[in-house]
Design a protein around this ligand. Sequence first.
Ligand code: SF4
Length: 400
Amino acid sequence: MTIDTAPVVAPDRVPGPVPAGQEADPGPGVGAGEPAAVLTDLKGLEPAELDALVVGMGQEPFRARQLQRWIYARGESDLAAMTDLAAGFRRQLGQVAYVSRLPLLATRVSATGTVAKFVFALAGGERIEAVYIADAGRRTACLSSQAGCPLACRFCATGRLGFRRNLTAAEIIDQLLQVGAWAAARGQRLSNVVMMGMGEPLLNYEPVLRAIRLMRLELGPAIGGRKITVSTAGYVPGIRRLAAEPLNVGLAISLHATTDEVRRQLMPIARGFTIAELLAAAREYFDRRGRRVTFEYVLLGGVNDADDDARRLAALTADLPCKLNLIPYNELGQDSPYRRPDPGRIDAFRRLLEAHSIHAVTVRDSQGQDIDAACGQLAGADPSLPHPSGGASGGVRGSV
Ligand code: SF4
């Protein structure tokens, strides 16, 4: 296991947490040319790692549980505020560790009040986004796993950014903690998590899995595995690997086409994996985990929304226990490469699919379009903020 560390000095000599990988002013007592002390980011550590750190400092193991509660249940990042820890231990801890926290640049709430988008800054100037969605009794946090995305799906604004970097487990879990705190301040408790924001989670496997284990902590966010969904564009080796994990998280697969030819046009990853291979991996996931996979299908006017597509989609998934989720495309402004089907076509596609399929069919009417928080609309590009790279600014998100 890796631990996020930052070469810095004690936080009492540093104004605020220092992002992993950044050098800070070594402060008094560290001579020129001497290596700065390395601080461990406590956020992102799992219980056994916290135990080892605390016991290694000569403390009782229960101190680790206290730390865990402060970091993951209360969302505290200031060691000085952890008042049930002895002052001496806090000072000792501050010499070797800190708790990171993503700077929150902006929060935008939709006109309906049911969706909120959060723009966070990363060390190095990149931005990521998370979304809160209140819907049908669920309170869901949609989290990013990468800054940008290497998969470049044609309909997705994140794909237009290109790949910037993978997020650490601390950066992933911190999105959840901050979205959860925002919801708690409004009397709401998060019930679900979807790894469906910016990036392809299965291409940042270890940090995503670590973050998921942290989400499940009872002395923490306490989100059950059945309430967590990993969404993939169809990275087959990652699906097979996830099928072997004892986490029992939900899996959503972006299918988006019923022929390999059309899928390759929409999603470059489809050049590496056929629909048949994807369906075989989905079957393996069901066989090993006992959980029905959800197939996501973005409806693009004139591209994949014909009657024949509906029949083929039903036939492709006929033998596989699954759910089918239709997502009418959210256009990306004037330079949108695709168009949303009209309501009549969406309804006809759904009815035809229901008539030919034994599976549950839902239509996800994405909320949050007015704040660029709907499916396919995350790009870390809040119009009120200058874009760090001067690059894409259309505002579009993650895995649809
Ligand atoms: S849809 Fe998902 S996998 Fe495809 S480019 Fe967007 S973020 Fe990446």
